[in-house]
Design a protein around this ligand. Structure first.
Ligand code: TMP
Length: 207
């Protein structure tokens, strides 16, 4: 039996897919109909997450495996921290919505590390009740990242993102049936994506 967490929703997608925008939209729409939702993200803003961000910005260089371990350590804290962790939020009757979770590690760290090793590092984390995947072509993501005009992070490159894309496809094909997967076309407008996402999420939550 697969371990899933009710009242836990995860958004995933390539860099530039728009998960952060949709996370806020989803919270707004669900709160309007009476849910008490709590949005969060990985890497987190806690100390381990900050260390991860310093690797992403290129300030701290380490090995792919050390980075994979840091992501999973950040996730362990994100999930189980007694003060602010996801489990605590759910116990406090929040509907938790996270921008990224361990599927990102499988897709991203799976490129430069042994895939099975990354699975092993993440195998004890519960799956969410709902996984929303914003499926966006690599080229569309790259042009959105370019148009931001910000300094690029280490993963925001064509060849790398194509491999991440392949890993996401592999991971989603093998998702346990207990997880409710919502895949949305990321080339639609922000409003269209929000409409589809909210409709599908409500259907599952109201089952
Ligand atoms: P963000 O752009 O959503 O803030 O995420 C930061 C980057 O970290 C993004 O390129 C995806 C990457 N990432 C991983 O490589 N592995 C992980 O486990 C997570 C959560 C994010």
């Amino acid at each position: 039996m697969i371990n899933t967490l009710n009242n836990f929703i995860v958004l995933e997608g390539l860099d530039g897919a728009g998960t952060t925008t949709q996370l806020k939209k989803l919270k707004g729409e669900l709160d309007k109909i009476g849910y008490n939702s709590y949005i969060t993200n990985e890497p987190t803003s806690q100390p381990i997450g900050k260390l991860v961000r310093s690797v992403l910005s290129g300030d701290f260089k380490t090995t792919p495996l050390a980075l994979a371990i840091l992501y999973s350590a950040d996730r362990e804290d994100h999930l189980n921290n007694e003060e602010y962790g996801i489990i605590k939020q759910i116990h406090d009757n929040k509907l938790v919505i996270s921008d990224r979770y361990f599927y990102s590690s499988l897709a991203y760290q799976g490129v430069n590390c042994n895939f099975e090793k990354v699975v092993e590092l993440n195998k004890d984390f519960p799956h969410p009740q709902i996984l929303i995947y914003i499926k966006t072509p690599v080229e569309v993501c790259l042009s959105r990242i370019d148009s931001r005009g910000e300094k690029k992070e280490i993963f925001e490159k064509r060849g790398f993102l194509s491999q991440v894309n392949n890993n996401y496809n592999k991971v989603l094909e093998n998702l346990p049936k207990e997880v409710n997967l919502i895949t949305i076309d990321g080339t639609l407008s922000i409003e269209e994506i929000t409409t589809i996402m909210v409709k599908e999420v409500k259907k599952i939550l109201c089952k």
